[in-house]
Ligand binder design. Sequence first.
Ligand SMILES: C=CC1=C(C)c2cc3[nH]c(cc4nc(cc5[nH]c(cc1n2)c(C)c5CCC(=O)O)C(CCC(=O)O)=C4C)c(C)c3C=C
Ligand SMILES: [Fe+2]
Ligand SMILES: [Fe+2]
Length: 336
Amino acid sequence: MARPQDHPPIADPKIGVLLVNLGSPDAPTKAAVKRYLAEFLSDRRVIEIPPIAWQPILRGIILNTRPKKSAALYASIWDHKRGGSPLKLITEDQTAALAATLPGVLVDHAMRYGAPAIAERLTAMKDAGCDRILICPMYPQYSAATTATVIDKASETLGKMRWQPSLRTVPPWYDDPLYIDALAKDVNDQVAALDFEPDEIIVTFHGMPARTLSLGDPYHCHCQKTSRLLGEKLARPYRTVFQSRFGPAAWLQPYLDKTLAALPSEGVRKIAVVAPGFVADCLETLEEIAGEGKELFMQAGGTDFAYLACLNARAHGIELLASLVKRELGGWIETG
Ligand SMILES: C=CC1=C(C)c2cc3[nH]c(cc4nc(cc5[nH]c(cc1n2)c(C)c5CCC(=O)O)C(CCC(=O)O)=C4C)c(C)c3C=C
Ligand SMILES: [Fe+2]
Ligand SMILES: [Fe+2]
């Protein structure tokens, strides 16, 4: 018969918050990018092609060509001083800043691909005594390729636990007035600091394969609504586009690159570009928009281009995150 002294130690109960973003390679090298892309692009939520057809393309072509090119792009944005990608370092800063607003709550972060892994952090939180955990996928707009895959991975981890923590998830906040207000204030602040007046604000979102819309993914609608609400709040001319097309199939349109190349011929020569679907700057914003995008626009005859930073760990961003998280922690902590 088990005696009380045989009982495994139990930590004091705690509430936990886990921020989860996409993840980056561990280093801006071909080998690290290959490892990262192999994990990312093997996720069936991301590439919805049967593995029997997709894996030979991934292993035979993509992982032999893309890592070299992507590693060079990562190298161009890497923070060598702090040692990491912008996405990783900003997520760390967001975690620390959010923790400062939630005394007594264990705030941590994980990445869906690469490190720190969701399984590792959820297990560490459970071991530290978290019997209630709020997961915050760091995507304002829901998609199966981002939000759902975070929840799948967390559920897979809980599936291996005897004593599971209770789990809550932060719902998508694409139309939340707190988010739209934070974005509008941040865009206005950044535009006011420019030395030109933009003819238009270009609102760009990471793309998705076009067919995900007819399959029932709400991502397109979420992006359109964010953009409309932001545009209305800014009371400025704006347009919505999608970027980062991957593979030969059609993705959500209009495409950012084609739009940037065409705008000057429409008489739009001064623009500010904002990417509200990213809560942290990353390869897709710093390299694709602020780097390649600017070059395309200027070569096409544009005169002024500004990339507006994501909310990141700046004041409007952290206030937003703290409000969303505190609201979802209602009943678990004193939120009044
Ligand atoms: C913000 C939402 C995102 C959606 C929706 C999304 C869908 C999606 N992405 C790919 C392929 C790639 N994305 C890559 C980078 C990347 N993607 C997001 C976010 C979303 N992706 C972020 C934040 C990043 C940057 C990561 C970083 O480390 O900074 C890449 C890797 C980079 C490269 O090699 O070019 C690929 C590939 C697909 C196929 C997809 C939807 C089906
Ligand atoms: Fe992506
Ligand atoms: Fe839609």
